[in-house]
Design a protein around this ligand. Structure first.
Ligand code: NDP
Length: 401
């Protein structure tokens, strides 16, 4: 019995649902749930026409533990795939514990009133999941997600000791909009406007937001200005691979995007506190989300590709210095043709389905709360090649970092 409940059917959730439908022999049955049942019904109908599957649908406000508990009692899944927003992580984990259900997500918990993310809130559930004999798999998208699996794969197969890790995330696509974000705009803008942070010699070094940048060359793309940001998987990777002396995360942004972002901040539209407007309380960033393009609708004219990978330096298994680059390139247009979504949703949704597959097949099952790099990377890496995210390796090349 491997019944799945998937909460959230936005850009990422739509891809997850397509991939679950394509692999229904592994998953048996799926319930799609979000705040808006009509959206789940529409997606279920698309999947029925395309793949002949019959997915149940339901309505849940996943900010409310009681509502999630009722959902899980009704559908009795073995696993919840949480692809709603990071705000809902703790409520869904709590409900999973109450109902004896396993858990998987793609982004770590963030409180709504503070643009701050760290794993401590979710790691605090470790003992309770352990005692309940339940598995929670955290951060199983691309980054976090595949970035951690790549790192675990490098440690297992290529390195005696990893010393320097740089995760490099390039979106060389063009959606032909003046400004749009590739995943939920509220979560995305909160993340990018935060101070940068990287790990060096056992300490975290803080930088201004997007203060450090340099051009990096991406396969099949060429050089792109890349900006140092804090990203959540750095926190777990330096803990799980203690030989790492320096860990950083880089992401590319175009000048047009950065100019819009600066204006949004300067005029107060990135604020996450409440302001009163005509007697109504609104949060400017939430209002901005309502008027920006929905990342779900960007796919049709999206050209170009993403290129995301890990560049690692250290001592190889043979005792000699080794540099290693493992990456995937994903075409926005191919992702759209398959799922109707653009490449950023695709690169997140495919690994979430593979993580669920790892769980259901018994390959990634261990009571407790775990980050993806704590499981065996090999079966996951093999599935990436089969489900649309093939990876490539380069050895002893200039990593530029
Ligand atoms: P969207 O905004 O497109 O979709 C969010 C979905 O969550 C919608 O279906 C929405 O339902 C649902 N939802 C929101 N609030 C609630 C709630 N209270 N109760 C139930 N459902 C709710 O977001 P994305 O698909 O772009 O992103 C989804 C997740 O993926 C985010 O957590 C994001 O951080 C993560 N992500 C991870 C990446 C990675 O590589 N690890 C990369 C990109 C994204 P409704 O429309 O009915 O309100």
């Amino acid at each position: 019995m491997s019944k799945i409940v998937q909460i959230g059917i936005g850009g990422v959730g739509t891809v997850v649902a397509h991939k679950l439908a394509q692999n229904i022999d592994v998953f048996e049955s799926v319930t799609l749930a979000s705040r808006t049942k009509s959206k789940c019904d529409a997606l279920a109908e698309t999947l029925n026409k395309k793949y002949g599957v019959k997915f149940d649908t339901d309505c849940v406000d996943a900010d409310e533990v009681d509502q999630i508990v009722a959902l899980l009692k009704k559908h009795k899944p073995v696993l919840v795939i949480n692809v709603a927003l990071p705000y809902q992580d703790l409520a869904i984990m709590e409900a999973c514990l109450q109902c004896g259900v396993n858990y998987l997500d793609t982004a770590n918990y963030e409180p709504k009133d503070e643009a701050h993310f760290e794993y401590s809130w979710q790691w605090a559930y470790k003992k309770r999941f352990e005692d309940a004999g339940l598995t929670a798999i955290l951060g199983c998208g691309f980054d976090p997600g595949v970035s951690g699996v790549y790192t675990a794969y490098a440690a297992k197969h290529h390195f005696k000791e990893m010393n320097y890790l740089d995760i490099v995330d390039c979106n060389a696509g063009n959606h032909h909009k003046a400004f749009a974000t590739n995943f939920n705009p509220e979560i995305n803008i909160r993340e990018i406007t935060q101070n940068g942070r990287y790990y060096q010699d056992g300490k975290w070094v803080e930088t201004g937001a997007l203060e450090i940048h340099k051009p990096l060359t991406y396969p099949n793309v060429g050089p792109k200005e890349s900006y140092l940001m804090y990203h959540e998987e750095l926190e777990s990777l330096v803990k799980n691979f203690p030989t790492i002396k320096r860990a950083r995360f880089w992401m590319t942004f175009g000048q047009e995007y950065l100019t819009h972002l600066r204006v949004i901040q300067n005029i107060g539209m990135a604020r996450i506190d409440e302001v009163e407007y005509n007697g109504v309380k609104i949060v400017p960033l939430q209002f901005l989300k309502a008027v920006l393009p929905n990342p779900k609708d960007l796919g049709e004219n999206y050209e170009g590709e993403t290129s995301i990978g890990c560049r690692i330096r250290g001592i190889g298994k043979d005792g000699k210095e080794l540099t290693y680059y493992v990456y995937n390139n994903c075409s926005h247009h191919d992702a759209f043709l398959e799922t109707g979504m653009q490449g950023v949703s695709y690169t997140t949704g495919v690994p979430a389905m593979i993580g669920a597959m790892m769980f259901v097949k018994g390959l990634w099952q261990r009571p407790g709360v775990w980050n993806v790099e704590e499981f065996d990377p090999d079966p996951f890496m093999a599935e990436l090649n089969k489900h649309g995210l093939p990876w490539h390796e380069e050895f002893n090349k200039d990593l530029e970092l």
